[in-house]
Design a protein around this ligand. Sequence first.
Ligand code: EZ4
Ligand code: CO
Length: 402
Amino acid sequence: MRIADARVIVTCPGRNFVTLKLVTDDGVTGVGDATLNGRELAVAAYLRDHVVPVLLGREAHRIEDTWQYLFQGAYWRRGPVTMTAIAAVDTALWDIKGKVAGLPVYQLLGGRSREGVTVYGHANGETVDDVLAEVGRFTELGYRAVRLQCGVPGLSSTYGVSGDRMFYEPADAAVPTENQWSTAAYLDFVPTLFRRAREEFGPGLALLHDVHHRLTPIEAARLGRALEPHGLFWLEDPVPADLQEGFRLIRGHTTTPIAVGEVINTIWDCAGLIREQLIDFIRCSVVHAGGITHLRRIFDLAALHHVRSGSHGATDLSPVCLAAALHLDISIPNFGLQEYMRHTAETDAVFPHGYHFADGYLHPGEEPGLGVDIDEDAAARHPYRPASLPVNRLADGTMHPW
Ligand code: EZ4
Ligand code: CO
C-alpha cells in the first residue's frame, strides 16, 4: 500500500489551519495537523516543496521508517517548522494504519488505560468576579479542572483574557498587536485570584494557571510559593524553557507543580527537565513535537521520571491534533490532564470528528483511525488570512516574552 497523493490544505474557518491529507493507491485517506500559529505558510511550503515529493510512492505502513527518513534525511534537525511538518505526515500515517486495521488508533497504541480523558477548561475575565463566574459555568458543564487567567489591574491587556467567553484567539492581527507587561503588578495580583477561587470552590476542583513564559526563575519561585496554600494542579510555563537549568532554582523553592512544553518540539529539548525531575507535567503536543510517534517517545521517557502528560490543546491546534492527542491520552500509563479549548462551530464544520465531551471527559470515539477528517469543499470556502501572535513590551518599551 503506497502513498499516491499528498495534499496540503490551508484554510481559515475563523483562524488559520494547515492540514496534510494523504491518499494511498487503494484509496485510504489519512489526515495530519500541520498548523504553526502565525507561521502557517512556512510549514505549508516545507511540506509542499520538501516533503510531498519524497512521500509519493512510499510504503504507507512504514511509520517509524518514514519518521526517521524525514528527520535524519533533512540533515537539519529539530525546530518547530520541521517538527510540525514531520508531525503531519506521522499523524496521517497512523490514521491510515488504523483505518486499514479497522481499529481506533488508541487500540494500536496498546488499548485503553482509562475510561475517559480528563480535560481542563478556560475561565478568564477582566476582574476576579468575572473569572469566578466563569469557573462556576465550567463546573456546571461538568469540568473537573479549570485554568484561571485574569486581567491585571494597571495593565491594559494580558495573556489569556478574551472578549469572547468560550473562545480565545490570540493571533488577532496581520501585524502583531503590542501588549504591555509589568511583572510587579502581576506578582502582586495573582495570589488574590487563587485565594478567592479556593474560598469559593473549595478543595476538590483542580485549578491551573499559565504564566506564559513571563518570569525569571527567582520570580517564578516566589509566585510558586505564594500559590502553595491554594494547591494548584499546575503552574504552566513560569519561565521560558530555553534555559533548562533555570528550573532547578524554581524547584529548590516551591512545591507548586510545574508544567512545561507547548513550545518544545523534540525529546532532546526536554530530556534534561524530565530526567532531573524538574517538572511535573510535560505539555508537548502531537502537532508541534513530531507526531504520535515522537510524542509517545517523550511521554515514555517522562513515565520513567514521575512526569505526567498535559498536552497543549489551544484552538490553534486543529481538531485533527486534538483527536490524535486523545488516542495517546487514553492509552498511555502516565496521562495527567488534557487542555481543551473548544473550537468554533465554523472550525468544527470543516473538521468533522467523532470525539465528544461528556461529564468533564473527552472521548476519542470508536471510529477506525483517528475519527476526524477535513471537508475539503468547506475548507476551500475559507481562504487563508495573515494573522500573527501579539508581542509584549514593558512600560519603557523593552521587548518581553509574550
Ligand atoms: O498561547 O497556542 O496553554 N495554552 C497557550 C496557548 C498559546 C497559543 C499560541 O499559539 O499558552 O494559548
Ligand atoms: Co500555555
